[in-house]
Design a protein around this ligand. Structure first.
Ligand SMILES: *Cc1c(COP(=O)(O)O)cnc(C)c1O
Length: 406
């Protein structure tokens, strides 16, 4: 590529290069089937959603705050939040969404609070807790990646006297797509003697929230507002396939503390942690939801589950101990060799890695990987790895002795 401004030829080359690389990105949870072409017309106007989508705004007209509010209401309905209690906003991604929810909890409990998440939770929980000076306690996850709720009860029972409790439930963990059980988390908090008004349960549903919400209520794991979460987030660039990172946090308004009333230059109350925010990403997410439609979303999720099941069968036929959670898109496999990882950039934790069957990624991409993987494994005569042990280390309590308030 030449230096200086991009020419059309440069753009074409970059596009070709990214397209060619896409079929090796089967370890990352980005759907690739959302057609943005009808929205391209909107990329020559400035759209800046400064302020809050649920607050009145005046002045600057280049925003999509009304559509952002509609998106949050539709997500609220999908995740069974009472319609008169839904609030929230679009963020730059799930990391920012999780942090925004933790900030609300921190304000509500006036910083006397401990955050609990499992060792298999996304690293953004630790990052957000650190940035917000909130004490974090990691709870062991089982070999299946699900939070050990008996351990949660024990750890919560040891919290400093009077501390409120925030639990981040992960709805689709990063490596194995495990789903924490929200009713079991509430039961664990009951057992540890946490009053209902001294707890906040957040569902980090970045990847799996929307696909699981397409299931009939009877088949759906219980993770949403109907299971009494206080807040929930999703990413827009994962299952929805929005081509730029974005996310959304949905909150129960009655659980949020009174808001900071700083006013922006446009006259809108500045209720979101960011200042200027994208006006395009709410549009892209709303357009994705509407263009697929409820039935389309359901069929895409079904197709991914079928692909994942078929891929497990392919591996099993070659004696590879691959496995998946029944409702997940993620196929967990012994970590590929370094040579194979150089060609296929899959996430690997310890001795395990995964591929994720995502919408728009054709099955033959996965078949090709499986064939190369099996050939490589047979050539190396590999042995089965030790059982998968989820992610992060459990932080010893003493590490956070002083961190309850800052
Ligand atoms: C992807 C993911 C995140 C991080 O999301 P970003 O949108 O990349 O910030 C957080 N939690 C879970 C469970 C995820 O799958």
């Amino acid at each position: 590529m030449t230096a200086g401004p991009l020419t059309l030829a440069d753009v074409r080359d970059l596009h070709q290069r990214w397209l060619a690389g896409a079929e090796f990105d089967i370890g990352y949870p980005n759907a690739v089937d959302f057609d943005v072409s009808t929205l391209l017309r909107l990329f020559d106007v400035t759209l800046n959603n400064v302020g809050h989508p649920f607050a009145a705004t005046t002045g600057f007209s280049g925003h999509t705050l009304g559509l952002e509010q509609q998106l949050i209401r539709e997500l609220g309905a999908m995740f069974r939040c009472p319609p008169d209690l839904v609030t929230g906003f679009v963020t730059s991604g799930s990391t920012a969404a999780v942090k925004a929810a933790l900030l609300q909890a921190r304000r509500r409990f006036r910083r006397r609070v401990v955050v609990y998440a499992s060792t298999a939770a996304h690293t953004c929980v630790a990052k957000a807790a650190d940035e917000l000076c909130m004490r974090l306690q990691l709870v062991p996850a089982g070999l299946d990646g699900v939070m050990d709720v008996a351990a949660l009860t024990e750890l919560v029972a040891q919290r400093p006297a009077g501390a409120a409790v925030v639990v981040v439930a992960t709805i689709g963990t990063t490596i194995v797509e495990a789903v924490d059980a929200v009713p079991a988390i509430h039961a664990a908090l009951d057992a540890a003697g946490v009053p209902a008004d001294r707890r906040w349960v957040h569902a980090d549903a970045a990847l799996a929230g929307i696909p699981l919400a397409t299931l009939d209520p009877a088949d759906r794991p219980r993770f949403d507002f109907a299971a009494d979460v206080d807040s929930l987030n999703i990413s827009g660039h994962k299952f929805l396939g929005v081509p730029t990172p974005c996310g959304a946090v949905v909150l129960r308004a009655d659980r949020c503390p009174a808001q900071d009333q700083t006013t922006t230059y446009t006259g809108a109350p500045d209720l979101t942690p960011a200042g200027s925010r994208s006006g395009h990403t709410p549009l892209l997410m709303l357009a994705a939801l509407h263009s697929f439609g409820a039935e389309g979303l359901r069929m895409r999720a079904e197709q991914c589950r079928r692909n994942a099941a078929e891929l497990v069968d392919l591996f099993a036929a070659a004696d590879v101990p691959a496995w998946r959670h029944q409702l997940g898109f993620t196929v967990v496999i012994p970590a590929p060799s370094p040579q194979l990882q150089a060609r296929w950039p899959l996430p690997v934790v310890g001795e395990w890695g995964h591929v994720i069957c995502m919408p728009g990624k054709p099955f033959h991409w996965y078949e090709r990987f499986a064939a190369e993987y099996v050939a490589d494994r047979n050539a190396a005569g590999q042995h089965p790895p030790a059982p998968h042990v989820p992610g992060q280390r459990v932080v010893a309590d003493a590490d956070h002795e002083e961190a309850i308030a800052c």
